[in-house]
Design a protein around this ligand. Sequence first.
Ligand SMILES: *[C@@H]1O[C@H](CO)[C@@H](O)[C@H](O)[C@H]1NC(C)=O
Ligand SMILES: CC(=O)N[C@H]1CO[C@H](CO)[C@@H](O)[C@@H]1O
Length: 357
Amino acid sequence: MGKLLKITLIGVALALLGERIAHFMHRNVMFREIEPVELPNCQLLNGIEYGSEDIEILPNGLAFISSGLKYPGMFSFAPNRPGEIFLLDLNDEHLRPSSLRISRGFDLSSFSPHGLSIYIDENDDTVYLFVVNHPHISKSTVEIFKFVEDENVLVHLKTIKHAALYSVNDIVAVGPESFYATNDHYVTDFILRFVEMLVGLRWTNVVYYSPSDVREVATGFYSANGIAMSNDKRFIYVADVTGKTINVLEKHANWSLSPVKVLQLEALLDNLSVDPITGDIWTGAHPNGLKLFKYSAEDPPGSEVIRVQNIHSDNPVVTTVYANDGSVLQGSTCANVWEKNLLVGTVFHKALHCKLE
Ligand SMILES: *[C@@H]1O[C@H](CO)[C@@H](O)[C@H](O)[C@H]1NC(C)=O
Ligand SMILES: CC(=O)N[C@H]1CO[C@H](CO)[C@@H](O)[C@@H]1O
């Protein structure tokens, strides 16, 4: 290739990249400053110091909290410490998270828990905890545990691996062995994922998994992340982080999903949860995504909790319930409510509990 042609091509490529970056920054408001929104009656949870990526709460007020995620390119305060699942009883006034024992035979040393989902068997009330795990860099598995409450133990039942579950983020369980998962087709590395977002590739999808049937049921997201189900089990909600949208999909008897509507928001949304009583969607968001990628204790990433009411109506109400510049809570990922209790989780930092009025 002629030298001039090469230089021209490089020039064009750089211009294109610059344009993409400008577009991305604009689209994502990566540098948005935080207007603090305070809540009274908040406290950090004792003993959770290395992340609280995802939170799930049982109908009786027992909360599971995944902690210690290790992910290529992502900051960690304790890179060599195996991940764990905490249990927190929200009925107990003294909020005391305890690390759950996991049955023998499961490889704890490589445990890197990410998204969580609960499935309760209606016949015998068995509680299954589904955990997205990244046991080795660039590998995703879904681990299914049975929660034995009397003994405070998670009994490991099954590890699920599948080519279609290449880089799993979050899941929502719909049966004792089946779930929907948000997933990236090609990319596992956090930095590469950033590049993927930058260029605006839509390589992430939603996969339905059951032992007899695995298929892609939705696609075309920039960065599909949190996933949750409506209380009536008719709809699936998917957060697209960099698209800054919540996607409402209708679930069919054959497990296919079809798009219903897209709600555009301002912030980089992360993991979604649904209030078991009101059906409101709660999410942890990243007010300034860039600070997450390049962690600095002097200028930490902030936290933001957003509530969406009446998403199915023509006028959903979006409220920032809590916002902090990182002085209290850094890099929020999820927000879950149970009977006036709000729990806020983070990628690699602490966890916050607030009593709502
Ligand atoms: C599943 O059901 C929906 C709604 O009835 C239908 O539109 C769709 O074609 C079905 N998909 C498959 C894969 O059978
Ligand atoms: C379970 C889940 O969706 N986890 C996401 C929560 O937020 C972090 C931070 O962006 C993501 O990396 C996780 O994928």
